[in-house]
Ligand binder design. Structure first.
Ligand SMILES: C[S@@+](CC[C@H](N)C(=O)[O-])C[C@H]1O[C@@H](n2cnc3c(N)ncnc32)[C@H](O)[C@@H]1O
Length: 330
């Protein structure tokens, strides 16, 4: 009730749609959990304990009131808050009130945390099994062919003075990027949260005598590395495993010193739904506009990108691997 009165007070009668949208407790719960980041409709339904059609109806009303933005990606729909200037205050107000209301919020946030925890667990099991069986390495190598490596080295050499000081590779896996780029940087750190895979990365570093490289165990969604310490942060084939890729870019940018660089290597937006089922992907690649929007939101600007390398194969609709380079504070 108080929230409704507040919305009228703040925005006047022309915001009746916002007023109506926020007059329902399920929709307030949805706005509140989305304040923690982007989520798919099926996850929102799981958290709320409601059917997908019911949640979709709420989502439609929130979208109609301009409170959230929907992004259809293959068979899934992702939702995020529409944080524009006009409605930012009302969203913050709703979320603050919801969080302070322990009874209402604790169950939703607990479920959200459980869901995120299970996802990490699933991803860990997936990566471990796939790496262990070699199958994953082979199939990923198909995408990471030499010409992509050439594009990465090319875009860095063209835009950055070599050697740079500190490179941090987020979700380093078996350390492929460290071995590719160790010659371009004085110090390199690779971070991953999968102990088994990190063993492979350490073995690779040892074998190739990459004395300027170091491997650390860590969760790239909440890093405890020093802020503003890196000249280059890299997310190589990592973003598409996350419902909320924005949070990774935010973390990667926090690590950068001003005027330094973030490199994303990932798929151009595609329609290969099977990658979700068979390879645990969450997002079906990214449009340039999505990357630019995320860069801008966290204080970076896109300064270069590659045309991409096309990957074709049986049962694969064309996949393009692209490289985007951003700069902080430009
Ligand atoms: C597809 S692999 C890419 C590995 C490497 N960047 C490459 O391209 O060779 C994704 C990596 O992200 C790691 N990862 C996933 N979630 C993570 C998290 N929350 N924190 C740290 N690493 C994570 C996985 O363990 C896996 O090694």
């Amino acid at each position: 009730m108080f929230i409704c009165l507040y919305s009228v007070y703040m925005f006047g009668k022309n915001k009746l749609k916002i007023f109506a949208a926020l007059s329902d407790s399920s929709r307030i719960r949805i706005v509140s959990i989305l304040s923690k980041g982007e989520l798919s409709v099926q996850d929102i339904a799981l958290i709320l304990g409601q059917s997908q059609p019911r949640v979709s109806r709420h989502i439609r009303i929130l979208e109609d009131a301009n409170l959230i933005i929907k992004n259809k990606e293959g068979g899934w729909v992702f939702c995020k808050l529409n944080r524009n200037q006009e409605i930012e205050k009302i969203i913050d107000f709703v979320c603050e009130r919801k969080e302070s209301d322990k009874d209402l919020s604790s169950i939703d946030f607990k479920r959200l945390l459980e869901l995120q925890h299970n996802r990490v667990q699933e991803a860990n099991d997936f990566f471990y099994n796939q790496y262990k069986d070699q199958y994953y390495i082979d199939s990923i190598n198909k995408y990471n062919d030499q010409s992509i490596d050439e594009q990465i080295v090319g875009i860095l050499s063209k835009n950055i003075k070599i050697p740079f000081n500190n490179l941090i590779d987020l979700g380093t896996g078996s350390g492929k990027i460290l071995s590719l780029l160790s010659k371009l940087s004085n110090n390199c750190i690779g971070v991953d949260n999968n102990h088994s895979i990190l063993k492979m990365a350490r073995a690779r570093i040892c074998e190739s005598e990459l004395s300027n490289c170091e491997i650390r165990y860590g969760d790239i969604t909440k890093l405890d590395l020093a802020k503003e310490s890196a000249d280059l942060t890299i997310l190589h084939q990592v973003l598409h495993y996350f419902d909320n890729p924005d949070s990774l870019i935010e973390e990667a940018v926090k690590l950068l010193r001003k005027d330094k660089y973030i490199l994303i290597v990932d798929f151009e937006k595609h329609q290969n739904e099977f990658l979700r089922k068979d390879f645990s992907h969450r997002r079906l690649g990214f449009h340039d506009e999505q990357i630019i929007e995320m860069f801008n939101r966290f204080g970076c600007k896109l300064i270069d990108k590659t045309k991409g390398v096309s990957v074709k194969g049986p049962n694969i609709e064309e996949l393009i691997v692209k490289v985007w380079l951003g700069m902080k504070g430009k």
